[in-house]
Design a protein. Structure first.
Length: 130
């Protein structure tokens, strides 16, 4: 039978877990461009980011308890990310993105939403100044 922690033990445990020195990374920046977007070509499960022992970034179909994955696929991240970037550039080449912005369509609902947000931001600035 599991024993409950005493209040003193709980306090010591929280102190250890919340110690800022335990933190190894101070950035929440995405180091893998396609994290959460790629799927295994064999089993269809989402690939996870996992570097090789030498630190080289890669995406893998990780086989682990509670995960319905095959574990048969691993690919280096850089070539995949470069391919996706180039494909996106080709797909967007010649597309008039400015024509798709909400400011170009003042009668649309999204333009009204943008205007409402601007008004709210202005009111917040006035409130902060007061």
């Amino acid at each position: 039978m599991a024993r409950l922690l005493t209040p003193g033990e709980t306090q010591r445990l929280r102190a250890v877990l919340n110690d800022p020195r335990r933190r190894k990374s101070f950035s929440n920046a995405r180091s893998y461009l396609l994290s959460g977007m790629l799927r295994c070509g064999v089993c269809g499960v989402s690939l996870i980011a996992r570097p090789q022992i030498n630190g080289q970034r890669r995406y893998v179909c990780a086989k682990s308890p509670g995960r319905a994955s095959c574990g048969k696929l691993a690919r280096l991240a850089q070539p995949i990310e470069e391919f996706v970037f180039e494909a996106a550039c080709v797909a967007l080449d010649g597309v008039n993105l400015r024509g798709h912005s909400t400011e170009e369509h003042p009668g649309s609902e999204s333009a009204a939403t943008v205007e409402a947000i601007r008004e709210d931001e202005h009111l917040l600035i006035e409130l902060a100044e007061d």
